[in-house]
Design a protein around this ligand. Structure first.
Ligand code: SDX
Length: 428
C-alpha cells in the first residue's frame, strides 16, 4: 500500500507520495507540487531537501555514523586500502582477491598523463595556488583524452573513470613539483597507489627515494577517510554539471572548484592557518570568544558540520593517524597539535559549541598530519580533491546510469522588480 503525506497549502490540500529508503529519513516526493498547487518549496542550502536517490554512502549525523555501501568507515579504514574503497564505491561490493588485483593493475596503468600536459602546466606562474592548477588541468584532460568523453558509451565511461582516479595523484604531484621548481617525477608501476604518489611528490632525480611504509599507510588511510560523503557541496556540483551531459573530466573540475572553498574542502588549509594564528594555548580563549561573537565573521575552522551533530567519525580516525604520523616522524611537541588538542577540549565543554552541536570535523586534524608529512598548506585541499575524486566519479556514474535522471534545474522565489517599461537615457 503506497503511503502519502497531506500538504495543506492555503485552501488547497494535496497528497504527495512518501518514499522510504533502506535506512535513514523518508522523503516526501514533491515532484508534482508545482503542477498541483502553483507553489515551489523553498530550502536555500538544501538543509531538508534530498536531491537524488543513492546507494553509495549513508551518514547518520546524530549518531556520527558513516557507511560506504553499508560498511562503516572505521572498518574500511582499519582493514582495507584506498583502491579497495574505490572499487567498493564504484561497484557496490568489496572486491575478491582477483577483482582487486585486476583493478589495481588497471589503475596503475593509467597513472601516466599525456606528455603534452606537462607543457600545459608550464603556462602557470610558479606561485599559482595548486588548487587553481588542478581546476584547470583536470578540466584540460577533456582536451587530451577525446576517446573517453562520450558519456553515452559505457566503455568510454569506464575508461574515463579509471583515468581520472589514476591520474589525479600524478597531476597533484606535478602541481606540487611545479610550485616548488623541481622536475616532475614519473609514476612507477611497481609501487602501490599511495606510495607512488609520495614518491612523485618527494623524490628527486639525483637520488633513490625510499617510501616510508608507515607514512604511506597513514596517507592511504587519510585518502579512505576523504573518499565520499553523500551529497556534499562539491558532489552536488559534480552531479549538477553531469546532469547536462558534460564530460566527466569537466564535471570533476567543477567539483574541485567547489571543494576549494574554506567552508568545504578548503577548511583543512584554513584550519591549519587558524591554529598557526592562535599560536599558543594561552590565546585560545580570545579565539573562542571571536567564534561565539555574532558580529565577528570568524569561525573555528575544522569545527561544525551540516550533517554531523555528533563527532565526525572520520575526525576520530584522523586524530589517531595524526598521533601515529607525528610519532613515526619523532615529532614530540608540535605546538600546533598542543593548540589543537586544547582547543578541542575547551570547545567540547563550552555551552555555545555544545548547544550548537559543533564538533571537530575531518579537517581539524588533517592539516597537522599533512604538514608533518612534508606537504605545504597549499597542497592540503589538493590531497582532499585527490581522494574525493573517486566519490565524485562514483556519484556521477550512479547519476548517468539512473534511467530517471534529468537535467537539474532548480526554481526560485523571485523578489525582484515586477514587469516595467524601458526608460530612454534622456528620461532617466
Ligand atoms: C567539509 O557536507 C560535507 O559532507 C562536507 C565534508 C565532506 O566530506 O564533503 O564533510 C567536508 O566541508 C567539512 C566542513 C569543513 N568546514 C569547516 O570546518 C568550516 C567551519 N565550519 C562552518 O563554516 C560550518 O560549520 C559549516 C559550513 C561546516 C556548516 O555550516 P551550516 O550547516 O550551514 O551551519 P550554520 O552555518 O547554519 O551554523 C549553525 C550555527 C550558526 O550559529 P547561529 O546562526 O545558529 O547562531 O553554528 C554556528 C553558526 O554561526 N557555527 C559556528 C561554526 N560552525 C557553525 N560557530 C563557530 N565556529 C564554527 N566552525
Amino acid at each position: 500500500m503506497s503511503e502519502t503525506g497531506k500538504f495543506i497549502l492555503g485552501d488547497k490540500t494535496v497528497e504527495m507520495p512518501v518514499k522510504h529508503g533502506s535506512i535513514g529519513p523518508a522523503v516526501a516526493d514533491i515532484a508534482k507540487l508545482y503542477s498541483q498547487t502553483g507553489m515551489f518549496t523553498y530550502d536555500p542550502g538544501f538543509t531538508s531537501t534530498a536531491s537524488c536517490e543513492s546507494k553509495i554512502t549513508y551518514i547518520d549525523g546524530d549518531e556520527g555514523v558513516l557507511l560506504h555501501r553499508g560498511y562503516p568507515i572505521e572498518q574500511l579504514a582499519e582493514h582495507g586500502d584506498f583502491l579497495e574503497t574505490c572499487y567498493l564505491l564504484l561497484y557496490g561490493e568489496l572486491p575478491t582477491a582477483n577483482q582487486k588485483a585486476d583493478f589495481d593493475y588497471r589503475i596503475t596503468r593509467h597513472t601516466m598523463i599525456h606528455e603534452q600536459m606537462a607543457k600545459f602546466f608550464s603556462g602557470f606562474r610558479r606561485d599559482a595556488h595548486p588548487m587553481a592548477v588542478m581546476v584547470a588541468s583536470v578540466g584540460a584532460l577533456s582536451a587530451f583524452y577525446h576517446d573517453s568523453t562520450d558519456i553515452s558509451d559505457p566503455q568510454q565511461r569506464v575508461v574515463a573513470t579509471m583515468r581520472i582516479i589514476a591520474k589525479m595523484p600524478t597531476m597533484a604531484a606535478m602541481a606540487y613539483k611545479y610550485n616548488i621548481g623541481q622536475p616532475f617525477i614519473y609514476p612507477k608501476n611497481d609501487l602501490d597507489y599511495t606510495s607512488n604518489f609520495l614518491r612523485m611528490c618527494f623524490a628527486v632525480p639525483c637520488e633513490e627515494y625510499k617510501v616510508n611504509p608507515i607514512l604511506s599507510r597513514a596517507l592511504d588511510r587519510i585518502f579512505i577517510l576523504h573518499a565520499d560523503h553523500e551529497q556534499n557541496a562539491s558532489t552536488s556540483t559534480v552531479r549538477l554539471a553531469g546532469s547536462s551531459g558534460a564530460n566527466p573530466f569537466a564535471c570533476i573540475a567543477a567539483g574541485i572548484a567547489c571543494l576549494w572553498g574554506p567552508a568545504h574542502g578548503g577548511a583543512n588549509e584554513a584550519a591549519l592557518k587558524m591554529l598557526s594564528e592562535i599560536g599558543s594555548v594561552e590565546n585560545i580563549p580570545k579565539y573562542i570568544a571571536k567564534a561565539k561573537d555574532k558580529n565577528d565573521p570568524f569561525r573555528l575552522m575544522g569545527f561544525g558540520h551540516r550533517v554531523y551533530k555528533n563527532y565526525d567519525p572520520r575526525a576520530k580516525i584522523m586524530a589517531k593517524t595524526c598521533h601515529e604520523v607525528l610519532g613515526e616522524l619523532g615529532i614530540k611537541d608540535d605546538p600546533l597539535l598542543d593548540v589543537a588538542v586544547e582547543l578541542e577540549r575547551i570547545a567540547l565543554h563550552d555551552e555555545y559549541f555544545v548547544e550548537k552541536k559543533l564538533y571537530p570535523n575531518i579537517d581539524f586534524y588533517s592539516g597537522i598530519t599533512l604538514k608533518a608529512m612534508g606537504f605545504p598548506v597549499s597542497m592540503f585541499t589538493v590531497l582532499f580533491a585527490l581522494a574525493r575524486t573517486v566519490g565524485w566519479i562514483a556519484q556521477w556514474k550512479e547519476m548517468i546510469e539512473d534511467p530517471s535522471q534529468k537535467i537539474g534545474r532548480p526554481r526560485q522565489l523571485y523578489t525582484g522588480a515586477p514587469k516595467r517599461d524601458y526608460v530612454k537615457m534622456g528620461s532617466r
